[in-house]
Design a protein around this ligand. Structure first.
Ligand code: ADP
Length: 498
């Protein structure tokens, strides 16, 4: 495949060639038309001049027809002959009987046949009509006949001129152009090649730079942006923006992999310790059972992590499919509330459901349940004994809000922007505390719950937002678009507890 530069130059050369050829054709046609027009005017002027000479002579009383002049073989008076002689190539003056009173030198030089042809042509020409061509001595002659207005002795005059020069004019022009065209074309192509080279040099520089940057290790580098707002400046800026996005997403990917491996490493270590303990013949049967139970817990925990990672990976890939159907949120809210009450009892919390209104949304019931439960388990997890957790479902004009409010430890204002990030936890050190101190049950979550929850809300066309004050508690609000048209179709689950 030829380079863009070569293709551009070829296209330019072809376009130029077509333009020159079209221009040459138009020019030759125009030159031909103008040559014939000039010839026509020339002949008209000659005819008019002949008529002038004749009418001057008639007015002056100069005898028009005298006996044949011995020198010229002409029948006109010598002073008239002199004047007519200077007018042009083919000049004829005919009397009413068709006899030639005057024939110019060129006309006399013709062969007898041609002279007869000429005379016939003058006699047959339409008086006051347009000029016509006659072929004399293999030469085309434009001939114009005019009547003499006084017309006693002279009936008609005629003037003619050879069309040879007019016929040759376009041809010689075309010849000149054909001779010059290759030179002109060559010069233009060389110029175009040079100019396109200069235009593409910065593009080549950009290509080299991008190749160097995207080798995987230099994503922090950027293309030099010289502030130009031309196409190349904009290309550099666009590429820089793209490289910046690549850098961010590669960074994210690296962090994600590192975090995921780290999170898997801890339960694996615990699992190993537990299995080793269970296999130790020196420990008692009870202790072995405890170790095995702990190992089982760790496996569950790892399965949960892998499940979350898979969910997020699918979401990133765009393969997060929702089994969408009309979902009555009231029954769903009651269902998760009941789970919340049980969890709350264990944690010594008061869980309430002060507001509940029915609303139907289009969504995936299982995923929405996961979203609501994530928020509820967080509220319970991060609220100390004696606190309160409030769940509410309320309906607005075109949206539904599901709110989980707690009186827990809260989140610092500086941390709030990060809580939806993957693997983010307010207190990582505490969350990753080795299990040996308090067992796996006391370890915090993986920091993936809110990322998944937010993804579910967004996949439903909704939002998940958080408000919080450190030490006072938090409010998590899910807003979902209300499927009004579906509300009538689906049977309402009034008072249902799910
Ligand atoms: P985790 O599994 O650690 O709970 P999440 O993604 O659900 O992960 O939450 C991320 C972090 O946000 C938590 O580690 C915690 O620090 C903070 N957080 C979430 N919910 C609450 C809440 N209701 N009260 C206080 N902090 C919270």
């Amino acid at each position: 495949m030829a380079s863009v530069r070569a293709r551009l130059t070829t296209a330019y050369a072809f376009a130029l060639f077509c333009t020159i050829v079209a221009f040459a054709i138009v020019l030759v046609i125009a030159r031909r038309a103008s040559a014939y027009r000039e010839l026509d005017e020339h002949v008209k002027a000659q005819a008019a001049a002949v008529l002038d000479v004749i009418s001057d002579a008639e007015r002056a009383g100069v005898p028009l027809a005298v006996g044949p002049d011995t020198l010229s073989g002409s029948l006109v008076a010598p002073q008239l002959y002199k004047k007519l002689e200077g007018i042009g190539d083919y000049v004829l003056v005919l009397d009413p009987s068709g006899r030639a009173l005057y024939l110019s030198f060129e006309a006399q030089r013709l062969s007898d046949d041609d002279r007869v042809t000429l005379q016939q042509a003058v006699l047959q020409a339409r008086l006051n009509g347009p000029a016509t061509f006659v072929t004399l001595d293999s030469d085309r002659v434009l001939l114009l006949a005019r009547p003499d207005p006084q017309g006693e002795k002279v009936a008609r005059v005629a003037a003619g001129a050879s069309a040879r020069a007019a016929e040759a004019a376009p041809g010689s022009l075309a010849g000149t152009m054909l001779a010059l065209m290759p030179l002109f074309l060559l010069l233009s192509i060389a110029g175009a090649y040079m100019i396109s080279g200069r235009v593409f040099r910065p593009v080549e520089l950009i290509i080299n730079e991008v190749e160097a940057i995207t080798d995987g290790r230099s994503l922090h580098r950027r293309l030099p942006a010289d502030g130009d707002n031309d196409e190349l400046g904009r290309l550099s800026n666009t590429l820089n923006a793209m490289i910046a996005r690549l850098e961010t997403s590669f960074g994210g990917l690296r962090r994600f992999t590192a975090d995921a491996s780290h999170e898997l490493k801890t339960p694996l270590t615990v699992l190993r310790t537990d299995v080793e303990r269970a296999m130790n013949p020196r420990v008692g049967h009870n202790e072995q059972l405890i170790a095995l139970e702990e190992a089982l817990q760790e496996t569950t925990r790892m399965a949960d992590l892998v499940d979350s990672l898979l969910t997020l990976a699918r979401a990133d890939e765009g393969r997060f499919e929702l089994a969408t159907e009309p979902v009555h949120l009231e029954s769903l809210a009651r269902e998760v509330f009941e789970t919340a009450v049980i969890l709350g009892e264990d944690a010594g919390l008061e869980v309430s459901l002060p507001v509940i209104e029915d609303a139907v949304v289009m969504g995936d019931r299982t995923r929405l349940r996961q979203l609501f439960l994530n928020l509820i388990t967080n509220a319970i997890k991060y609220t100390p004994r004696g606190g309160r957790v409030e769940v509410a479902l309320s309906r607005r004009i075109d949206e539904v809000t599901f709110t989980v409010r707690d009186t827990g430890i809260g989140i610092a204002a500086g941390d709030l922007p990060y809580i939806f990030e993957r693997f983010w936890r307010a207190d990582r050190a505490r969350s990753r505390r080795p299990v040996t101190e308090g067992g796996s049950a006391e370890r915090g979550g993986f920091g993936l719950g809110l990322a998944i929850a937010q993804y579910i809300a967004q996949a439903h066309g909704g939002t998940l937002t958080a408000q919080s004050r450190l030490g006072r508690g938090s409010v998590f609000t899910v807003t979902l678009p209300f499927a009004e048209e579906m509300a009538g179709d689906a049977s309402p689950a009034t008072g249902g507890t799910g």
